[in-house]
Design a protein around this ligand. Structure first.
Ligand SMILES: *Cc1c(COP(=O)(O)O)cnc(C)c1O
Length: 400
């Protein structure tokens, strides 16, 4: 592909149907932010909304806000706003806790849904918390972990033994940016009698997701990356409707009780995904997330994906001769919204990322040798990508 000039990029920006969203974010002057896959940018409407929760709902209305401000129902209301972003029904998603905690809950629940089997399959190289939580759960319940190399061939070999209860996978790999075939892998796992938990941290808000159509069992994801919910924003849990009647998660707190205000001594699970709630959440953090999800409700995910692919294509074409090795697959059906590049002299890549930051281009470095650039289509322009690529090329040149 012939790399575009900056002028051609500027023209694409004038034709970009998502261009208006950039105005809705606070972005520091002179910075090209390619780390929105780690912490998404701040929507301009967030501070005022958070202040309102603090000053009015908390400060003036106090405890009444649990009902008058909708605090009690906020985990379900936010879940309903996330549902269309992941191809789920509104009652299949709830918001609360962290991705790590939600993975713990869903993994225990999934193991209980498949009680004759005791093996959890995960992939080496998955995000550490997914590996660590899996280790913790198998230790706790007396199951075993089988960790395989990423990719369908090894996964199928691991499933073929017929004893796998649950598979835990990331939809987009945080390190390489590889997008998995959610429909195909889920079907494969089901054929071998296993359930699937998908971690959507690097795909939600980056591309359209079809949990329902793919017949996914459980999913978890965070909201502070592409969804711009703010640092430590509450995560979400998806539980497919067919599991609602029987799925049982282990942190049976009162917020997941069918009738919490009876204050009875016995736990009765709430219906639907609500059973996966445990205790009170930060309503201040929830307010920040609510603002960004209102913004996201206006995003056409088809346009989002098209722009994401255009931006990553553009970046790849501009740095093609820079001496780095492309790690992220170029095939569209295998590519998330990031570009990972391997530096031939591993640790030197970290200095490159630092030098780029000094030029106002924020990316990150992942051990041992990967430069990682995330492309958040709502607030990045084609010219930003062009500038970032030129900065990378110049830094590499000057670092010899
Ligand atoms: C970011 C990320 C997480 C984050 O987990 P927390 O509990 O929010 O710290 C989990 N899994 C993956 C794949 C991630 O990329």
């Amino acid at each position: 592909m012939t790399p575009l000039t900056r002028e051609e990029c500027a023209k694409l920006d004038t034709e970009d149907p998502l261009a208006g969203f950039r105005e809705e974010f606070t972005l520091p002057e002179g910075v090209v932010y390619l780390d929105g896959n780690s912490l998404g940018a701040l929507p301009k409407a967030t501070p005022e909304r958070v202040a309102r929760v603090v000053e009015r709902e908390w400060g003036a209305d106090l405890v009444a806000s649990w009902s008058t401000a909708g605090w009690w129902d906020q985990p379900r209301a936010l879940g309903a706003k996330i549902a269309p972003l992941v191809g789920a029904d509104t009652h299949e998603v709830v918001v609360g806790d962290s991705t790590s905690t939600n993975l713990f809950k869903t993994l225990v629940a999934a193991l209980r849904q498949n009680p004759d089997r005791k093996v959890v399959v995960g992939e080496s190289g998955n995000f550490p918390t997914d590996l660590y939580v899996t280790q913790g759960v198998v230790e706790l319940v007396g199951a075993t972990e089988r960790r395989v190399a990423p990719g369908e061939p090894d996964l199928e070999a691991a499933l073929a033994t017929g004893d796998v209860a649950v598979v835990v996978l990331s939809h987009v790999d945080y390190h390489t940016g590889t997008l998995r075939d959610m429909a195909g892998v889920t079907r494969l796992a089901h054929e071998y009698g296993a359930l699937v938990i998908w971690d959507l941290c690097h795909s939600v808000g980056a591309l359209p997701i079809e949990l329902g159509a793919c017949e996914v069992d459980f999913a978890v994801g965070c909201t502070y990356k592409y969804l711009n919910g703010g640092p430590g924003a509450p995560a979400f849990t998806f539980v497919a409707e067919r599991h609602h009647a029987s799925a049982r998660q282990p942190i049976t707190g009162w917020h997941g009780h069918a009738r919490p205000f009876e204050f009875s001594g016995e736990y009765v699970p709430a219906e639907g995904a609500s059973h996966f709630l445990s205790g009170a959440q930060s309503l201040i953090a929830a307010a920040a997330l609510e603002v960004s999800l209102e913004l996201w409700s206006r995003v056409d995910l088809g346009q989002l994906r098209a722009k994401s692919l255009a931006l990553t294509d553009l970046f790849v074409s501009l740095v093609a001769d820079a001496g780095l090795t492309l790690v992220t697959p170029l095939a569209e059906e295998r590519r998330g919204s990031q570009v990972s590049l391997r530096h031939p002299d591993g640790p030197a890549g970290e200095a490159v990322v630092r030098a780029m930051a000094e030029r106002g281009v924020v990316g990150d470095f992942r051990q041992p040798d990967v430069l990682r650039f995330g492309f958040a289509p709502l607030y990045l322009r084609h010219v930003d990508v062009h500038d970032a690529a030129m900065a990378l090329v110049e830094v590499l040149r000057s670092h010899g």
